[in-house]
Write a protein that binds this ligand. Structure first.
Ligand code: ADP
Ligand code: MG
Length: 848
């Protein structure tokens, strides 16, 4: 080691670590922040030839969760060992690589190790992998840890895996790495006084920070480290500190991931003035600043989280966890006793989450799933994850990859392999590939950058004048960004910093595409159409159809109702993508709000996802079966027209099904002949169960429907069908004869008239006849093989029942003389004989 380097706590335990790694396949190293893990362990492994040897020169790769820490660590190692950055030691982060063929220690971030595993699945050129800051539980760290462990177990037992952290519970990872030893260094820690606010402060954050810094400067002699959630807050706080800085001769220094290297170094170098460092949580455990004795903690943090609105991961502002706040406080006590001011009251402490949720539990898994599958991992659920993700999240990820065309029944497609080489979310990878294919890579890169980075535009545009219709809210934004770049437009409401960031990301993505996808052919395809098509490729699950022309309401793939937000200018397109989708909080049945939409044309939809079919369905309004020829994208109807029903059998089935629901509307049950027949059969079934007659229950009537519906397509046709024949056909010959005889339609009375009998199930049969027609008959007529006497309605000449009786004999004997007396005077032209037994019955044409 360089003679210039000061001793650090880690030095004492390096010999023990080396000894373990000579014997065992890995280790877990826990030592406080600033102990020297990141900058001293890789050179120590290299010097001891861990994972390498005299014959083979292999690399030591260290995975850092943060870009800034990766660059700083590589620079620091070069400095301490007199190496050249980019030669013996180098780094590779998402869009930047400083390393060469001689590089023995390579510090990487994000997906770089996973990309390396794709290119070199057995890590042939790697002797050891160090997973730094494992407690951050960054998704890429989790993923590459599990991948590297599989490589080690299956093909590379000589590969050394080392997990490092300042705060980790070493048990689980030591077990995961194969029960490897844990080496701990307690290091020197000084007490830190923790101060809280007396009450919540509702001033804007920069003002609170300025007040907090002033208080801390008075409380300690050293430098002040302030934790803020992001660059915007850092800039505003720096402005709020300007007066204090001038007054007290302070150096106010920002520290965040994208800070240029020289300015990073300035933060870490000792100064002759007191420093106030305004940092994101890179300073929590990744970067150590010497001389800090006070910390001001805003209590806020931005973390990556899956955003259902865009289907991508996005940074979200939230509260720190208690574990994080303790780490932040610890930064004040590394070299001397310190103070930490927390900008929240002490009672709020209990409302903070205990610790951070690992990223794998809160971000989209489509990216890792694609990486694992194209690496050759056949079964994501069976993969030996360090911490297994939610199976539902894995399923959702696989489904999306299928929709994006990255997967098919055979596994990862060639397109999927191309996408896996691009270190962006698979949706965005798909967008880039499509933009490249259609000949507009740079514009596709801008679109991708706009979707991936912080939105430079305010949520809803100012001004509420008459709106111009547009094809795409996204292309409108791209136009505005390009105008901003050409300085053609002042863009009063555009956040210039965020816009520059998007434009820079575009340039990096364009370079990446050149490297990974090769040059673009250029194309005659219209640029606007190409970008709209590329967006469709990225959001195949967001296709929606407008319900009516110019209506803001639509229905999306999957059946979900959507409504275009007022701020969307996509007023006309019948088919559109809902790119930015706000599901709201009012439950699953409510409409989702589309904040940004983008037109698509049906002919752009991939033919393999379109299905045209003729649907037969019952139209309840017209009470008929109708056939619709429909073209669907997934489950979304994008075109339909009525056609003649093509299949008679299927038509009959649909009709019968609808009729079963509405027997009363579909069958002519109220037809007099039908209802009379039904009443006779049902009554006789009651009186003579041994005949086993059908009762024509609703169930039995439904059983007749298939036969009735054959060749028909509407209720009107069904009602005209020969239902009576069918009902009769349901009876055997003997049953039909029994009904004819035993539940006769009519009975002959003494006058010779054939009088209709009224049947009603559950009631006696009724025979209504004028008294004069019944002269001479003593016995009440019977039906049902003599079992059931009819109920006689004996009518007066005016047709009204004079007497209702089951017993005709008793009528003649007891009642008739009285009736005769009453009526003979009123109806003198009718016969009222003294002796009805022997009188001749009188036949008159009946009115009914
Ligand atoms: P750890 O990873 O255990 O937190 P580091 O290896 O990052 O510790 O740093 C160990 C010590 O080396 C720090 O406390 C700091 O004093 C010093 N150091 C590391 N990097 C730099 C740098 N770029 N400039 C100045 N000092 C540094
Ligand atoms: Mg470190």
């Amino acid at each position: 080691m360089s003679v210039l380097s000061a001793p650090l706590p880690i030095d004492e335990i390096l010999p023990g670590l080396i000894a373990v790694l000579r014997e065992r396949s890995g280790a877990v190293l826990v030592a406080p922040t600033g102990a020297g893990k990141t900058t001293r362990v890789p050179p120590a492994l290299l010097a001891a030839e861990i994972g390498g040897g005299r014959q083979i020169t292999r690399q030591i790769i260290m995975l850092e969760p943060r870009r800034i820490a990766a660059r700083a660590a590589a620079r620091r190692m070069a400095e301490e060992w007199g190496w050249t950055l980019g030669r013996e030691v180098g780094y590779q982060v998402r869009f930047e690589r400083r390393a060469g063929p001689e590089t023995r220690i390579l510090v990487v971030t994000e997906g770089i190790l996973v990309q390396r595993l794709q290119a070199d699945p057995f890590l042939e050129d790697v002797g050891a992998v160090i997973f730094d800051e494992l407690h951050e539980r960054n998704l890429q760290t989790d993923l590459s840890l599990a991948m590297a462990r599989r490589v080690q177990r299956e093909v590379r037992p000589d590969l050394r895996l080392l997990a490092m952290s300042a705060t980790l519970d070493p048990g689980p990872v030591a077990a995961f790495l194969g029960d490897v030893p844990t080496i701990e260094s307690r290091g020197r820690l000084h007490p830190v006084d923790i101060l809280y606010l007396d009450r919540p402060d509702d001033r804007p954050l920069p003002g609170q920070i300025a007040a907090g810094v002033r208080r801390m400067l008075a409380a300690t002699p050293g430098d002040v480290l302030v934790f803020l959630p992001g660059v915007g807050e850092i800039q505003r706080s720096a402005e709020a500190l300007a007066d204090l800085a001038a007054e007290r001769n302070l150096a106010v220094l920002p520290l965040y991931g994208d800070l240029p290297a020289e300015r990073q170094d300035a933060v870490l170098r000792p100064l002759d003035r007191r420093k106030v460092v305004l940092a994101t949580n890179v300073a929590e455990t990744s970067i150590t600043i010497d001389g800090v004795t006070a910390v001001v903690d805003s209590g806020a943090v931005r973390r990556l989280r899956f955003d259902p609105a865009t289907g991508l991961d996005r940074l979200e502002l939230g509260r720190v966890s208690r574990a994080s706040a303790d780490q932040r406080a610890g930064r004040a006590g590394r070299q001397a006793p310190g103070v930490c001011l927390r900008l929240w009251p002490s009672w709020e402490q209990a409302t903070l989450p205990e610790r951070e949720t690992p990223e794998i539990a809160r971000v989209d898994l489509a990216g890792p799933a694609l990486q694992l599958l194209s690496w050759g991992e056949p079964d994501l659920a069976a993969f030996d994850w360090f911490e297994a993700p939610d199976p539902a999240a894995l399923d959702a990820a696989t489904l999306l990859l299928r929709q994006l065309g990255a997967l098919d029944v055979h596994g990862v497609t060639p397109l999927g392999r191309t996408m896996a080489r691009l270190p962006v979310h698979p949706r965005l990878a798909r967008l880039l590939v499509e933009g490249q294919r259609l000949g507009h890579p740079r514009e596709a890169a801008l679109l991708t950058a706009f979707l991936a980075e912080r939105d430079p535009f305010p949520r809803s545009p100012r001004g509420t004048g008459p709106r111009r219709a547009s094809r795409s809210d996204l292309l409108d934004r791209l136009d505005a960004l390009e105008a901003f770049e050409r300085r053609e437009s002042s863009m009063g409401d555009l956040n210039a910093g965020a816009a520059r960031f998007v434009l820079k990301a575009r340039d990096q993505l364009t370079d990446l595409m050149k490297r990974e996808l090769g040059g673009s052919q250029g194309s005659s395809e219209d640029q606007e159409d190409s970008l709209l098509r590329a967006l469709l490729a990225a959001y195949p699950d967001r296709v929606a159809r407008r319900r009516e022309p110019r209506s803001p309401r639509g229905v999306m793939v999957g059946g979900r109702g959507v409504r275009l937000a007022d701020e969307s200018a996509v007023l006309e397109a019948p088919l559109f993508l809902g790119v930015d989708l706000d599901a709201g909080h009012s439950g699953p049945l409510s409409e989702a709000l589309v904040r940004k939409a983008s037109e698509i044309h049906p002919e752009w939809l991939p033919p393999e996802s379109l299905r045209t079919a003729v649907d037969l369905e019952f139209d309840a309004t017209r009470e008929r079966v109708a056939a619709w020829k429909r073209t669907r994208y997934e489950d979304l109807v994008i075109a339909e027209a009525e056609v003649p029903p093509p299949d008679a059998a299927e038509t009959a089935r649909v009709l019968a099904e609808a009729a079963a629901e509405r027997l009363d509307r579909a069958l002519a049950l109220d037809d007099p002949e039908v209802s009379a027949f039904l009443a006779r059969v049902r009554s006789l079934a009651d009186w003579r169960p041994e005949l086993m007659l059908p009762r024509f229950t609703e169930e039995e009537l439904r059983g007749l429907l298939p036969a009735l519906a054959a060749g028909r397509k509407s209720f009107a046709e069904l009602r005209r069908a020969p239902l009576l024949d069918l009902l009769q056909g349901a009876l055997s010959h003997e049953q039909r004869e029994a009904v004819r005889r035993e539940a006769p339609e009519r009975l002959e009375v003494p006058s010779g008239s054939h009088v209709r009998i009224a049947y009603e199930p559950g009631k006696p049969p009724v025979l209504a006849a004028r008294i004069q027609e019944m002269f001479g008959l003593a016995e009440t007529p019977r039906v049902a093989a003599g079992r059931v006497p009819v109920l006689l309605h004996l009518l007066a000449p005016n047709g009204r029942p004079q007497q209702v009786t089951h017993d005709l004999r008793s009528f003649w004997e007891n009642t008739y003389p009285q009736v005769r007396k009453e009526l003979a005077g009123r109806y003198p032209r009718h016969a009222w004989p003294q002796d009805p037994w022997n009188a001749r019955p009188e036949r008159r044409p009946q009115r009914r």
